[in-house]
Design a protein around this ligand. Structure first.
Ligand code: CAO
Length: 424
């Protein structure tokens, strides 16, 4: 024999003069056991939040509204299977509207009874006991009160509980590694051996370090790369002539030395490119320490030529050769690679028609040079063979604008085309 139970309607009680009040929280769902006085809904008027309590004990059969719905006195909240012996009771009124800035006096409702029948309430929400004004504060802070635990078991949540929770969350967030990789979803692991024979080798220490830096720079800096080319026909002839003259001294003037010297002149004219971003400030450096990418068996290094503005082409060429040699021997010291203000990656000696270099933070720009090639150029009356050097400038769009980058690269190209201008 079944115990008689009655389905009753739970309706919004008298809410004073308020009309069409939005529901901002629904604290029950089908299957929940509710007790008389337990908070079913939270409403929010423009002046206050209102907890709507239950007028009956029983089990929620069907929920009739959801967050965002607007309600008035008498709006149907849910159908409730009232507990045997439960008579229809007069609906308790909501607490007098609580001004948002008011400190509430006593707890209102909001008690969810622990589930007795697991079939009815598998995922019953954790009971949240909090005053309307605390709920309001939590909403403004984006705090889910069901994750906040009161200091004493089963006690009402207090403002200090929410503050403690927020402090703990902030500490946890700042303790999380600020690795740019963290925002990239890990790729699923692939079993390469399924498809053929493989061999595994650990990344070199340098590749691991450089890889982490490159990934960080690539992800965190809004890169743009400009392309240009310089007519280096005269410059190359000059370089070869000087090398011929200096052949006995053993100093070889390379294209890299000219690129460094021309870059310094362009940096002096456009200081934004010899800068770093520090929070919301740009740091302009009045020194010109130019790094250059050196390819070595154990990976990529970027040794730095210090005060390149105070050095001549031959001295720069000599220092670059020495630093590249030290890099290849794996003997660079921190002092050799620190303090750079701008970098150059020259792949011309190896080949290729172009590439987009990654900025070497905290610098804000990097120059790339690919292999110079003879190209037919219109000379006014006919085509002439000219040695053209492809140039690439990657720049940080937070500090530099496109027009400035185009000017910088055009000026650099002009200097390489007519190197006498670098002396002006
Ligand atoms: N176009 C055509 N030829 C070029 C050239 C260019 N842009 N740049 C250099 N060359 C020629 C040189 O003239 C030289 O020829 P000769 O022996 O006939 O004079 C030859 O190529 C070799 O030059 P080099 O590359 O050894 O010398 P360099 O001073 O120009 O460069 C260095 C030195 C350290 C930059 C270079 O050895 C190097 O390591 N480059 C790789 C940089 C790199 O890895 N960049 C990628 C970074 S991102 O992964």
């Amino acid at each position: 024999m079944s115990v008689a139970s009655t389905v009753r309607e739970l309706r919004v009680p008298d809410i004073g003069d308020f009309k069409d009040v939005p529901v901002i929280e629904v604290l029950i769902k089908a299957g929940d056991i509710v007790s008389k006085e337990a908070t079913l809904l939270v409403l929010e008027t423009d002046k206050a939040t209102l907890d709507v309590p239950s007028s009956l004990d029983g089990v929620v059969r069907e929920l009739k509204l959801r967050v965002g719905d607007k309600v008035n006195k008498g709006s149907l909240i849910a159908l409730l299977e009232a507990s045997p012996g439960e008579n229809s009771a007069p609906a308790p009124s909501v607490q007098s509207p609580v001004a948002i800035s008011d400190v509430p006096t006593e707890a209102l409702h909001a008690q969810t009874i622990p589930p007795e029948n697991p079939h009815l309430t598998v995922d019953a929400p954790r009971p949240v006991r909090a005053s309307p004004s605390l709920r309001r504060v939590a909403r403004e802070l984006g705090v889910d009160l069901s994750r906040v635990t009161p200091r004493l078991p089963n006690a009402r949540l207090q403002r200090e509980d929410v503050e403690r929770f927020v402090r703990a969350e902030m500490t946890r967030a700042s303790a999380r590694p600020r690795d740019a990789n963290a925002c990239v979803q890990a790729r699923p692991k692939v079993d390469f051996a399924r498809f053929g024979v493989i061999e595994r080798q650990a990344l070199s220490r340098i590749k691991r370090i450089a890889g982490a830096n490159l990934t960080h720079n690539w992800i965190t800096i809004p890169h743009v790369t400009n392309f240009d080319e310089a007519d280096i026909t005269e410059l190359e002839a000059f370089r070869l002539r000087l090398n011929h003259e200096n052949s006995k001294d053993g100093i070889k003037l390379t294209m890299l030395a000219f690129l460094i010297k021309a870059s310094v002149a362009a940096l002096q004219r456009y200081p934004d490119f010899n800068a770093s971003l520090d929070g919301e400030e740009v740091v302009y450096k009045r020194y010109f320490h130019i790094g250059f990418a050196a390819d070595t068996a154990s990976g990529l290094f970027v040794p730095v030529i210090r005060d390149a503005d105070k050095k001549g082409l031959l001295q720069i060429a000599r220092e670059a050769a020495t630093l590249a040699q030290i890099a290849r021997e794996g003997k660079l010291k921190p002092d050799h690679t620190q303090g750079g203000t701008f970098s150059i990656s020259s792949l011309g000696g190896i080949g290729g028609t172009g590439f987009t270099p990654i900025i070497n933070a905290p610098e804000v720009a990097i120059l790339g040079a690919a292999r110079a090639d003879q190209k037919p150029k219109w000379g006014g009356t006919g085509f002439e063979p000219r040695l053209m050097l492809p140039l690439y400038l990657s720049w940080d769009h937070r500090v530099i604008d496109g027009a400035a980058a185009a000017r910088f690269l055009a000026y650099l190209s002009l200097l390489l085309t007519d190197f006498r201008r670098a002396l002006l």
